[in-house]
Design a protein around this ligand. Structure first.
Ligand code: GLU
Length: 298
């Protein structure tokens, strides 16, 4: 059975950005919050590059984010884990879950999933449930496909994803799941994890042999991370991470979710929204000290 990460050893923190765009102030807040906790708790601070998306992540963007972090003056340990160098670790975990029949191949396109959901809604007259990010839960069409049929389609080169069979996964765990969060003062409390609200999540994508959820859980364990500090936007996803930790018999770190920065219109800062980058601020003459001060780390 999974366990909590050992708390007597030296705490291990990590900042885990994706080099798929330039870092903005929200990333600085996350990195600096990790740094502050690591200093306060006498912990180690690791940098992990989350670059499983080989199309959107580039070496130039990785270099740029490392330059931004160096400019901010954040002291990470020199050894960096780059997820793209560890696809074998993720494949091994998936193979284990496959052997236990906890994942299945799904051949549905996004359009097919949408159509299946619309059809169910029309039939039942009820809205179809959505996950915490607002996406409709998977309709389950491929869950019942027999394995031989699925193997034939895979052998014929049909694109597919691997989904977690949520009902089977919950049955394999066989009880309530929870995890420990810590606040600014280091006070801890326990939260219930509710992975069922995510449905049959994708654990390996069509174009990428893993997913954010799977890689993050495996890497946190392999790097001995005891404390995960990240934005509130990833709080709900932690349900899936705690479930995967139990299924894979990995320790569950403690978690802290910091508030998110918003722009003038009240929207969360995002690379996809072209939020002003740290590099833009630097060009405008803003200093690293001013950024630390603005974010409350002076
Ligand atoms: N790589 C994720 C991001 O860039 C963060 C992962 C995490 O902190 O768990 O948003």
């Amino acid at each position: 059975m999974a366990s909590s990460a050992p708390q007597s050893a030296q705490p291990v923190f990590r900042f885990a950005p994706s080099p798929n765009g330039r870092l903005h102030l929200g990333h600085a807040l996350s990195a600096l919050t990790n740094e502050r906790f690591a200093v306060e708790m006498g912990g180690r601070l690791l940098l992990r590059i989350e670059d499983i998306d080989r199309e959107r992540c580039t070496p130039a963007l990785e270099q740029a984010l490392r330059d931004d972090l160096a400019w901010l003056g954040i002291d990470f340990e020199p050894a960096v884990r780059r997820q793209s160098e560890h696809f074998g670790d993720y494949a091994a975990a998936l193979a284990g879950l496959q052997t236990r029949d906890l994942v299945y191949s799904c051949f549905c396109s996004r359009q097919q999933v949408r159509a299946a959901v619309a059809e169910r809604e029309a039939r039942s007259g009820q809205p179809w449930p959505v996950d915490p990010d607002g996406a409709p839960l998977y309709s389950g069409t491929c869950r019942a496909l027999d394995r031989t049929n699925a193997q034939t389609r895979i052998a014929a080169g049909e694109p597919h994803v691997l989904r977690l069979d949520m009902a089977r996964a919950l049955a394999a765990v066989g009880g309530e799941l929870s995890y420990v969060v810590f606040d600014e003062a280091g006070e801890i409390s326990t939260l219930a994890a509710q992975p069922a609200r995510w449905g049959d999540v994708v654990l390996a994508r069509k174009d990428i042999p893993t997913s954010y959820h799977l890689s993050v859980v495996i890497d946190d364990a392999l790097q001995g991370v005891t404390h995960v500090v990240r934005g509130r936007d990833l709080e709900a996803a932690t349900d899936i991470h705690v479930l995967l930790q139990h299924l894979l018999q990995l320790p569950t770190p403690r978690y802290h979710f910091h508030e998110l920065l918003t722009d003038d219109a009240g929207r969360k800062l995002a690379k996809s929204r072209q939020s002003e980058s740290l590099a833009d601020l630097r060009v405008r003459g803003v200093t690293a000290a001013a950024i630390r001060e603005r974010l409350g780390f002076a």
